[in-house]
Design a protein around this ligand. Sequence first.
Ligand SMILES: [Zn+2]
Length: 445
Amino acid sequence: MKNTLIPIIGLEVHIELATKTKLFCTCSADHFSKKPNTQVCPICMGLPGALPYTNYEAVISTIKFGLAMGSTINLFSKFDRKHYFYPDLPKSYQISQYDLPFCVGGNFAGKRIRRVHLEEDTGKLVHETIDGVKSSLIDFNRSSVPLMEMVTEPDFHDIESIISFLKDVQLIVRYLGISNADMEKGSMRLEANISLANSEQVIANKLPNYRVELKNINSFKFLEKAASVEIKRQTEALEKGEELVQETRGYNEVKQSTFSQRSKADAHDYRYFPEADLPPIELSELIIKNLQLTIPELPEQKRVRFEKEYELSKDFANILVSDLDRANYFEEALRQAQSKFGQGATLSARTIADLMINRKLDQEFPEPAGLVKKIIELTSVAYSSNEEVENAVKSVLIENEKAVSDYQTGNGNVIGFLIGMTQKKLQGKGNPQIVREKLLEGIQK
Ligand SMILES: [Zn+2]
């Protein structure tokens, strides 16, 4: 029987944080499509004698993200120097975190998280032909922009699950408001560590003795192509009985194949040591608790709430929640519609979701008020007759004795509830003014 090979994949996800300033100086961190080398200073250019200082906004963003991933936050952490030479790294070391990252462990979307740490981004090499000469230029605008790195355990076995995980991560990051995590703009990039395990290794829960790091993945499409080509290459090699080595590989789009870049460096090659110019960071339980309180409703919670509270279908809830602006638009439109129609909530929630999703009316009307106006036009059927309203009010008052007595003992708020119940019976067609009058008459009888 042919030995089945199973992909074992772990991820290193880099997210550029949308802080106002860079990680160790006050230059603007918003570097996208800015004139080269206009957002630099001695600190982020790595000039001798320049002293870095920590941007706590970046630290807080990293901890919030860690909390959303279910990580444990280290109360004592520090920055370290990671040494290597490359022209886009002027100090010849990158300030990163080694043995005491801000966040350790965690579990998100069914995958185990190893750690989340904070480091500085590098400059950017730009290759151009100037006066017929091929030249490499360096833009330091990105140098020292805060870069958060999440490392997962090797829990992925196929590319689809990686993509769905990354989309969930992207969404969380946007909900937290710490980055737009836009792959096209390079604010989310990743590396995938890929190896193949045979069935014996899988049964013994052992990892293969090599792994190949696939670098610079900057789009979902790229990930899909490069990873499947690499899995195929490894499968063929192992089936021929070849040994695979630990290395870093890139992907050649034209040849549709991966190529070796360098043998993978181990941690000791980087000569990590504590960053002497920055004090360690100590946090209290109280600070962590307070940060936990600032975490907004996250996508999964919102999805569950939309299904329950608004009786939306799973599909509708998913579509709205996957775009925070759209989810907010929906709730604002609903709030405005309810204040106009009374609380025929379920009916209007579904109608609004339907008009947004199937008819894309939220694109036509950038403001929720426009959509609500449109709904009024679309549903401007004749109001129910007075007799219909009276009948509806009568049965609502009989069916809701408790609310009626609450009202009579001074709880004026229940009138909203009773209006809602009456509108439900009238399928939202009651004239709000008349419904209210008839209810007040009925209650006082
Ligand atoms: Zn600077």
